[in-house]
Write a protein that binds this ligand. Structure first.
Ligand SMILES: [Zn+2]
Length: 456
């Protein structure tokens, strides 16, 4: 009787699920074959022409020269009956989907007058911007469920690896609390501990030790009382926003000698700590952004009105706390040099923008960040690596992705041009595939138009 009930339950749940999936924008097929396409190898930048890439379910199962592909001959005939989708990739390029290593997912329950749809729209904006993996940098209740729903294909979105609620001066007031909080978050299944300002050195070290004992990593800000050296020694998985470097060198107000930056970069490299620069956002925050440029961002139309108006007020207010800092340009220049030197010294640079945040619109913020990475002297290959293969290395224990190869998660971008030569081809993909789900340009444009219409 009990068994029979559970069978009925399963039938009922799958019925519910199929109703639910009517909300999904993806156009899926059991097998997708992209033929005659150029595959960009993120290890070397080598382009392999006339390849067939075969995706089954959520995995890339074959990458082979057109005439050697097994799947092609066996599946072409079966196209109509088996639902195999064949895409002509002639003249196009395939690369892995991008990672957003400092992203945010809004709470499931709308806050501060946000529309009900906001969280789903943010998830979709990431996809539209070619982002197929997000390291979420602040946990909210129910977010792990959202991540699971995306993984199950019940919700559109990038694969989510999520940090829990933050460790800060507000949430941790003693060492015992720090230990308990680590244990709780590790047990709850969060992928990472998020550090915010306000921890004492003692609290930070206690958190770090407890994190190691639980096999969970921590990352984020560098609290003032901790400082960059201790954060690196204690094993912060990444230093985000280049936090702590300027505090250590006086770089917020004075030009920093190159040797000092290089020494810090070597120290970072020696400890295997990565950085998520979030340069574009930080330029805005420190008051080095140009309000006229920020206000002209086309992607502002994808931001709900209450948020957008807040950003606009900020940019238009000449007395806002940040904009009045006279040394903003010195600070920004130090940050630009620091990123160049970190890259030169072989520190792992990971693409991240802290979206959604001041003028940092999910997915679209990637193009703003890329401009800053170029200004710091990173090549297109190095920039693309920071969002693909480096992200794959970071999450190697969780899954295989960040390369177009058999066994990898089917996260890919189909592009009109070679992104190594024409990086802005990223900004109008012919299609985005995320965990095997297919979003053609038409699907993306339609959904973007819908979002813009809802918020304007
Ligand atoms: Zn953040």
């Amino acid at each position: 009787m009990q068994k029979r009930f559970s069978v009925l339950t399963v039938v009922f749940l799958s019925l519910l699920m199929s109703l639910w999936s009517s909300d999904i924008s993806a156009n899926d097929a059991p097998v997708t074959i992209i033929e005659s396409v150029n595959v960009v190898d993120m290890r070397t930048g080598e382009v392999r022409p006339n390849m067939s890439v075969v995706v089954e379910g959520t995995r890339i199962v074959e990458v082979a020269a057109d005439n050697l592909s097994n799947a092609k001959s066996s599946n072409t005939a079966a196209e109509s009956s088996s639902g195999t989708r064949i895409i002509n990739g002639r003249g196009k390029y395939i690369m892995p989907g991008l990672g957003e290593m400092h992203g945010h997912i809004p709470p499931l329950t709308p806050f501060q007058g946000m529309p009900e749809r906001y969280m789903n729209d943010v998830l979709f904006l990431y996809l539209a911007g070619g982002v197929t993996t997000v390291r979420g940098m602040l946990g909210y209740p129910h977010q792990l469920t959202v991540a699971q729903q995306v993984a199950n294909g019940e919700r559109d979105g990038p694969t989510l690896y999520l940090a829990g609620p933050s460790f800060s001066g507000n949430t941790v007031s003693n060492l015992r609390q720090a230990r308990m909080r680590v244990a709780e978050q590790a047990q709850a299944g969060w992928a990472l501990l998020k550090v915010h300002p306000g921890l004492s050195l003692n609290q930070y070290v206690t958190m770090a030790n407890e994190a190691k004992a639980h096999g969970i990593s921590f990352a984020g800000h560098v609290p003032e009382q901790v400082g960059i050296h201790h954060a690196i020694i204690q094993g912060s998985r990444t230093i985000d926003h280049l936090d702590g470097y300027m505090a250590a060198t006086g770089g917020m107000t004075e030009p920093v000698p190159e040797g000092e930056l290089r020494e810090l970069a070597r120290f970072t490299r020696a400890h295997g700590v990565g950085v998520v620069p979030t340069q574009a956002l930080w330029a805005t925050i420190i008051g080095a952004g140009d309000p006229a440029v920020l206000l002209a961002y086309d992607e502002l139309k994808y931001v709900p009105k209450p948020i957008r108006e807040g950003w606009i007020r900020y940019a238009q207010n000449p007395n806002s706390s940040y904009a009045t800092v006279a040394t903003a340009q010195i600070h920004a220049e130090n940050r630009r040099r620091l990123l160049r030197i970190l890259h030169e010294e072989g520190v792992e640079i990971l693409l991240g923008t802290d979206a959604p945040q001041l003028f940092s619109v999910p997915g679209f913020s990637i193009r703003r960040e890329i401009a800053f990475m170029q200004q710091a002297g990173m090549s297109n290959l190095a920039i693309l690596q920071s969002g693909t293969i480096a992200v794959g290395r970071y999450f190697a224990a969780e899954d295989s992705f960040g390369l177009i190869e058999p066994g990898a998660r089917a996260d890919l971008l189909l592009l009109e041009q070679n992104p190594l030569e024409q990086i802005d081809t990223l900004y109008n993909p012919a299609a985005v595939m995320a965990n095997g789900h297919w979003y053609s340009r038409e699907i993306i444009q339609q959904r973007l138009a819908d979002i813009a219409a809802a918020y304007n």
